[in-house]
Design a protein around this ligand. Structure first.
Ligand code: HEM
Length: 575
């Protein structure tokens, strides 16, 4: 009898937690607006899309108004050829075992918080403003003095750039909040094109290996950039490469999964209520992964979160978007590794994965996602692979761009000063010799062969060349700029998941959600390592490449042939 009483009491204690779904007691008081406004109640426009980027250091336009900065420094293609060239087949792997998932996450969240498009119509010149990049002598792909890239200048606020007192200021067309805009868009119109308006879900495309993103409408920007069918998501750059599309797809699936759970727990909720709640939780998961996994994986230690600070403007700094966070470009390899469900590894040349959603339409996303966490990423250094230094979106001479060159010229376009001036203005000690930046002799040789002195260094080159600080993937200047940005993005956000009262009951759960959980919940990949931002050696050793499989088959075949031969021979002898 005593046992029955204890059992009954136990059941009564446990019952509510079984009966109550995780989302049963949720309610919604406030959400991110789509255009980013109304977050800061005292400065309603802070964080709105289409405001100008923030200057952490003074502009250094050569005319003080709008002309390119660092104009006395070498030609950008010369810098790219002599400093950034990475020999094909030469892989310099990240020294801390970071996986390819690390750079893809960096790109995914950068598309959430910044985008300064180009091709601005210049009313004075009555044409698009361009910068011609001329090929130097001995360029591998271009004749001397041939234009190898014609770079459009960045979009800017036309009310600026009129005088020294009112110099040119470029625009961030997306919201600087880490608000999931990469999934949901930055306007009501965009999000409406993405919603089913049933059960709070987002539109998907059915596929045997799991749902994919919705297809882009006819004549959309997305459709014009790809051959065949393009995908459509919150950000127009979703098809830029297959890994980025795969991660984006993962978070559309996660949204729909959460929406289903909310509906199960609250059958009375409207489509709108479910949609907004699922968007809030999904966004909180993106924030938590960024702050609890991605930023620490780079070896960046932020100041601990205290509380929302309404005096902080979250706007992305020029130094972050056109300089420091582009460090991700040097982490990109020559190929995508894809791993199928029987652990067979294949590779796809990196440039084949650019604006080529047909690969995902054929394979789904699982094999791409798995490839990302079993492959070590390239080191954060001065070297850029040819995939992005010559074959960016086309063959050289046929539209192939040089991303190292673009990164250098973009900082000059935004009037960013040289590397040493930045160091001085952010409170770091300027360098006086090239060997103070790195002890690697090859890095010093390349820098000193290209630049006449340290004060000429373009900021991205200086930042990429910096020796990494202990336990980090970044040098001192890059570390400072990226840390500063992610702290402001978090602290100035009233709706950041750690401050949002609507998420109080779910906060611990969200903080404990890892990217590996999101992968496990939304794909058929088994045994996902806990921390997918690093390569786990054991997993990687289990994989077999196509060649290894072929060798295995040949070996088995030879053994069988030999066995038959030996058996026939022995039976002939016994006869
Ligand atoms: C295959 C991968 C990638 C490709 C093909 C790519 C390509 C590009 C291109 C073409 C631009 C514009 C360049 C210009 O004209 O100024 C750009 C901008 C940018 N990229 Fe990447 N990128 C890749 C990965 C990454 C990664 C891994 C990161 C960071 C971890 C990153 C961060 C950025 C940032 C912050 C910008 C500036 C965006 C803006 O505010 O407009 N990218 N990228």
């Amino acid at each position: 009898m005593k046992k029955i009483v204890i059992l009954t009491i136990g059941l009564l204690i446990l019952l509510p937690s079984f009966a109550l779904g995780q989302y049963q007691s949720i309610s919604l008081s406030d959400s991110y607006s789509f255009n980013g406004s109304n977050n800061n109640k005292e400065n309603l426009e802070w964080g709105e899309a289409n405001l100008t980027l923030r200057r952490l250091v003074n502009q250094a336009y050569s005319d003080g108004v709008s002309e390119l900065s660092n104009s006395g420094s070498p030609n950008v293609r010369v810098i790219s050829n002599t400093i950034c060239d990475q020999q094909p087949g030469l892989n310099i792997i990240d020294e801390r075992n970071l996986s390819d998932m690390n750079w893809v996450w960096g790109q995914f969240i950068s598309h959430d918080i910044d985008f300064t498009p180009t091709a601005v119509f210049d009313t004075r010149l009555q044409s698009l403003e361009r910068i011609q990049i001329i090929a130097p002598e001995n360029d591998q792909y271009y004749r001397e003095n041939q234009t190898m890239m014609s770079v459009f200048r960045s979009l800017y606020d036309v009310r600026t750039g009129l005088s020294r007192e009112n110099s040119r200021e470029q625009i961030n067309t997306v919201t600087p909040w880490l608000d999931g805009s990469v999934v949901y868009g930055t306007s009501e119109q965009r999000v409406n094109e993405l919603r089913t308006f049933e059960g709070g879900k987002l539109i998907t495309t059915e596929h045997d290996n799991g749902d994919l993103l919705r297809l882009a409408p006819v004549n959309s920007i997305e459709e014009q950039r790809v051959r065949g069918l393009a995908f459509f998501s919150g950000d127009t750059r979703a098809n830029e490469n297959i890994a980025l599309t795969a991660v984006n797809t993962l978070f559309v699936r996660e949204h729909n999964r959460i929406a289903e759970e909310i509906l199960n727990d609250n059958p009375e909720f409207s489509d709108e209520e479910i949609f907004q709640m699922a968007r809030k939780i999904n966004t909180a998961i993106i924030q938590s992964i960024t702050y609890n996994e991605f930023i620490p994986s780079l070896g960046i230690e932020l100041e601990p979160y205290v509380e929302y600070d309404k005096s902080v403007d979250p706007q992305i700094s020029h130094l972050f978007s056109v300089v420091a966070f582009r460090i991700g470009h040097s982490q990109i390899g020559e190929q995508f590794v894809i791993v199928n469900e029987t652990d067979i590894k294949q590779t796809i040349p990196m440039q084949e994965g650019f604006f080529n959603p047909s690969i995902i339409q054929k394979h789904g996303i699982d094999s791409i996602i798995k490839g990302l966490f079993v492959t070590k990423q390239q080191a954060s250094d001065i070297y850029y692979h040819d995939s992005i230094r010559n074959f960016l979106f086309g063959e050289p001479q046929r539209g192939g761009l040089d991303l190292c060159g673009l990164d250098i010229i973009r900082a000059r376009d935004h009037g960013i000063p040289d590397y040493n001036t930045i160091r001085k203005e952010i409170g770091l000690i300027p360098i006086t010799e090239f060997d103070e930046i790195n002890s690697d002799q090859e890095v010093i040789r390349r820098l000193s062969q290209t630049y006449r002195n340290v004060d000429e260094l373009d900021p991205i080159i200086g930042i990429l060349a910096e020796e990494h600080i202990e336990d980090s993937t970044l040098g001192e200047t890059g570390y400072y700029i990226i840390k500063e940005q992610f702290e402001r993005t978090r602290d100035g956000d009233r709706l950041f998941y750690l401050n949002d009262p609507d998420l109080e009951d779910l906060r611990e759960d969200i903080s404990n959600t890892r990217l590996s959980d999101v992968i496990e919940r939304n794909t058929r990949i088994d045994n996902v390592p806990d921390n997918v931002f690093f390569v786990s050696e054991i997993k990687n050793n289990n994989l077999r490449t196509d060649n290894q499989i072929s060798f295995a088959y040949i070996a088995v075949f030879l053994i069988v042939v030999f066995a038959i031969y030996a058996q026939q021979k022995s039976s002939r002898i016994s006869k």
